[in-house]
Design a protein around this ligand. Structure first.
Ligand code: ADP
Ligand code: MG
Length: 376
């Protein structure tokens, strides 16, 4: 039996993550221009004020609070068969990669994905007596509207891919991945490497490998800047034996068959949200900038359409097809899926314009929740 969660929920939670001033900004004499309103999930920049579901500063306690409040519920949902998506949005250098954990700095890892992995394997450990688990990971990036495999390498044996077809081994860096939609609405990535993992170490190795091969380009903003969307996807399959429990002694007596769940969690480190002109490189870089904006623009429109409950009930068109990013996330954004957007910002006054753009984009995503949290 395949279980599909049935309740109609469409919740997009939006949290703000404010990084501290980095050394470079301090050296330039930058001032902190973002203030957090005490005891409220609210920030002020100049004369503008924005309220989110949560606001986090930096520091270890904040990072674990962000995980517990925003992401842990999605990991729980995965075990109940709900797809979910976590998106890190913001200009280059605002802390997206740091927040997600899709980067390795001095061999040291930060961020949400490592916490997801810890939680996932701890939970599996406690449930493994009654349930059989199978985990797969994929790690891809979307650059210039092309999907690339970050886990592909000719030297490695790769397991089979979507729809039971074995993909031919791609030359490294060559985009060969196709996004497909099955008749039941499930999105698959034909041609992507799906690695079966059974330990935390194996999953962490995939994260590291893909992070290292992620394409980066140098711009004025940050020489490790990335103009691509990086998507680390964990797919959890569960086979649970059903028993009827004897009312007398609480022991399972009759075999009632099996329950099958399959759900995926996308962890997305979005491309930098800055306008192409800010990179100052023109030419090729500018073209990439335009494509990136296409994905981010489509994402904003999809989230906006999803949140309009009235229009959704009237069968309003959700523009998933407008970009590779939204197409790929189609079965994990909206419907029964849970979505969290983490807007990342720099507090530095030199970034005020882009910070304001990020706050506006995030605010638009938040305004469209079914049940907006009242400003207290
Ligand atoms: P992005 O991925 O958005 O381009 P990064 O994650 O690479 O940005 O962050 C830019 C710089 O800021 C990096 O040097 C990173 O280590 C630092 N940084 C980001 N967020 C934090 C934070 N919360 N605390 C401390 N340093 C941070
Ligand atoms: Mg980054």
């Amino acid at each position: 039996m395949e279980m599909t969660p049935s309740s109609e929920i469409c919740s997009v939670k939006v949290a703000l993550h404010i990084r501290p001033l980095v050394a470079d900004e301090r050296l330039q004499g930058c001032k902190d221009c973002v203030s957090v309103v005490p005891r409220l999930p609210q920030v002020q920049i100049g004369t503008h004020s924005f309220t989110f579901d949560h606001v986090y500063g930096n520091g270890g306690a904040e990072s674990s609070a962000m995980f517990e409040q925003c992401v842990a519920p999605l990991v729980d949902g995965l075990f109940q068969g709900y797809n979910a998506t976590v998106l890190a949005y913001g200009q280059t250098g605002s802390g997206k990669t740091y927040t997600m954990g899709t980067g390795f700095k001095d061999g040291c890892q930060t961020g949400l994905i490592p916490q997801v992995m810890d939680t996932l394997f701890n939970k599996i450990e406690t449930l493994k007596h009654q349930t059989e688990f199978q985990l797969h990971v994929s790690f891809i990036e979307i650059l210039k509207e092309e999907v690339k495999d970050l886990l592909d390498s000719a030297s490695e044996s790769k397991s089979v891919v979507a729809n039971g077809h074995t993909a031919k081994v791609a030359a490294p860096g060559k985009p060969t991945i196709q996004i497909r939609e099955a008749s039941n609405g499930v999105i698959t990535l034909a041609g992507s490497t799906e690695v079966a993992v059974s330990t935390l170490q194996e999953m962490a190795a995939c994260l590291e490998k893909g992070s290292l091969s992620r394409a980066t380009g140098s711009t004025n903003m940050n020489n490790q800047s990335s103009r691509s969307h990086a998507i680390f996807t964990i797919t959890l399959e569960q086979m649970r034996k059903l028993h009827s429990v004897s009312p007398v002694n609480d022991t399972p007596d009759e075999d009632m068959g099996e329950e099958y769940f399959c759900a995926k969690l996308h962890l997305v480190d979005l491309a930098g949200s800055e306008r192409a002109k800010r990179t100052g490189t023109g030419g090729l870089r500018l073209k990439e900038g335009i494509h990136i904006n296409k994905g981010l623009l489509a994402l904003g429109n999809v989230i906006s359409a999803l949140g309009d409950e009235k229009k959704r009930k009237e069968g309003m068109h959700v523009p998933y097809r407008d970009s590779k990013l939204t197409r790929l996330l189609q079965d994990s954004l909206g419907g029964n899926s849970k979505t969290v957007m983490i807007a990342c910002i720099s507090p530095a006054d030199i970034n005020a314009e882009e910070t304001l753009n990020t706050l506006k984009y995030a605010n638009r995503a938040r305004n469209i929740q079914n049940k907006p949290v009242a400003n207290r």
